[in-house]
Design a protein around this ligand. Structure first.
Ligand SMILES: NC(=O)c1ccc[n+]([C@@H]2O[C@H](COP(=O)([O-])OP(=O)(O)OC[C@H]3O[C@@H](n4cnc5c(N)ncnc54)[C@H](OP(=O)(O)O)[C@@H]3O)[C@@H](O)[C@H]2O)c1
Length: 317
C-alpha cells in the first residue's frame, strides 16, 4: 500500500492509540493528536514507540472541543506533511452515562454532542478546502454501533453518534465528485478506558433502576465474552484505506462480532421494531431477558447475570 499522510484524533488511549500505532507500523505517516501531547505520559509513550520502531509518527496537542486548538493542530499537520494530508480519522469521543433521559443532566447532552458530533464537523470543515484542492481525501468518522442501536438509557451517546452518521452521508454526496471519500466506522463494544470513564450511581428508588441494570449488564457481558480489542477496529481502518486507494470506499463499516450481529438484526427488523419490542425489558426475570436477547440478536449476555446461557443453548448442551 502506498504511504499516506493521516491525522488521527484522540490517540492517548484505546482505539485512537491502536489506530495510530497500527497505521504507522504499515508505513504511513501518522499525526496522532491528543490533549496535552507534549507533557502527558501517553504522548511520551507514543513518541518513544515511534523512535524505537522508526515510525513516521508525530504527536500533536489538540483539544477537539476548541476551535483555536483545532486550527493550530491542522496548521502543524499541514506544515509537517508539506501540505499533503490524505486521510482524516475523527476518533476522539466521549461515552455517555448509562442513565434514562429523565435522570440525565441536560448539560451532558450538550457536552456529548459537542465532542462527538460538532467537533468532527469543525475538523472536516477546516480540512475540506485542502482535500478539494488536492482532488483527493479520505474521511473516516468513528461513530459506534450505538449510531443505529438506539438503545434505552444511552440516548445522549446514541444521538451524538447518529448525528455524525447522518452528517457523513449528506457530506459524502456533496464531495465524492471532488475525489473525497467519506465513511463511518461503527465499532461494537471494545475494551478501552471509555467504558470506565462515565460511571454513575443509579438514583435511589428510581423507577428506571431495574432497566438501567439490564443496560449496564449488556456492556459487561460483551466485554467478558467478546473481549474485542482495539486492534480489531484498526484492521477495519486498514481495510477502509485499501478501499480508498482503489476508489471504492463504502459509506458504512462495522467492527467487532457484536456490531456485526446488531447491524444485521437492526437492518432486518428496522427502527419500528426497536422502538417497541427492542426496549422490552424483562426487569424481573433475568433468564427471560437473556433468552430474548439471544433470540433476536444472537448475542449471549448470560455471563453478566451468572446464568449458564440462553435456554435454547443450554438445552443443546
Ligand atoms: N470502546 C468502545 O466500546 C467504543 C465503541 C464504539 C465506538 N467507540 C468510539 O471510539 C472512539 C474512541 O473511544 P475509545 O473506546 O478508544 O475510548 P478512550 O480510550 O476513552 O479514548 C477516547 C479518546 O478521545 C479523546 N478525547 C475525548 N475528548 C477529547 C477532546 N475534547 N479533545 C481531544 N481528545 C479528546 C480522549 O482523550 P483524553 O485521554 O484526553 O480524555 C481519548 O484519547 C470514540 O469516538 C468512541 O465513541 C468506542
Amino acid at each position: 500500500m502506498p504511504s499516506l499522510n493521516i491525522i488521527v484524533t484522540g490517540c492517548s488511549t484505546g482505539i485512537g492509540y491502536s489506530i495510530a500505532v497500527h497505521l504507522a507500523s504499515l508505513g504511513h505517516t501518522v499525526f496522532a493528536t491528543m490533549r496535552r501531547a507534549d507533557t502527558r505520559k501517553e504522548g511520551r509513550t507514543l513518541r518513544q514507540i515511534a523512535n524505537d520502531r522508526n515510525f513516521n509518527l508525530y504527536t500533536i496537542s489538540h483539544d477537539v472541543d476548541s476551535e483555536q486548538s483545532t486550527s493550530n493542530c491542522l496548521g502543524q499537520c499541514l506544515h509537517l506533511s508539506k501540505n499533503q494530508i490524505d486521510v482524516l480519522i475523527n476518533n476522539a469521543g466521549v461515552g455517555g452515562k448509562v442513565a434514562p433521559v429523565e435522570e440525565s443532566e441536560y448539560n451532558d447532552f450538550e457536552r456529548i454532542m459537542k465532542t462527538n458530533y460538532l467537533s468532527p464537523v469543525r475538523m472536516i470543515k477546516m480540512l475540506l478546502p485542502h482535500f478539494r484542492e488536492n482532488h483527493r481525501g479520505c474521511i473516516i468518522n468513528v461513530t459506534s454501533i450505538a449510531a443505529q442501536y438506539w438503545t434505552a438509557n444511552q440516548a445522549s451517546y446514541c444521538a451524538s453518534k447518529a448525528a455524525l452518521e447522518a452528517f457523513s452521508t449528506s457530506l459524502s454526496q456533496e464531495v465524492r465528485r471532488f475525489g473525497i471519500q467519506v465513511s463511518t466506522l461503527q465499532p461494537g463494544v471494545v475494551v478501552t478506558p471509555i467504558l470506565l470513564k462515565e460511571q454513575v450511581k443509579g438514583v435511589k428508588g428510581s423507577p428506571y433502576s431495574r432497566h438501567v441494570r439490564l443496560s449496564k449488564k449488556f456492556y459487561t457481558a460483551m466485554m467478558s465474552t467478546m473481549r474485542t480489542r482495539p486492534i480489531v477496529v484498526s484492521k477495519v481502518v486498514e481495510q477502509i484505506l485499501h478501499d480508498f486507494l482503489e476508489e471504492k470506499q463504502r459509506m458504512h463499516y462495522v467492527a467487532g462480532p457484536d456490531a456485526i450481529q446488531l447491524d444485521k438484526t437492526l437492518r432486518e427488523k428496522g427502527m419500528e421494531w426497536l422502538a417497541h419490542d427492542g426496549g422490552r425489558p424483562y426487569v424481573n426475570n433475568d433468564q427471560a431477558h437473556v433468552d430474548w436477547f439471544y433470540k433476536h440478536f444472537h448475542l449471549d449476555v448470560s455471563a453478566s447475570f451468572k446464568l449458564k446461557g440462553p435456554t435454547n443453548m443450554i438445552s443443546k448442551m
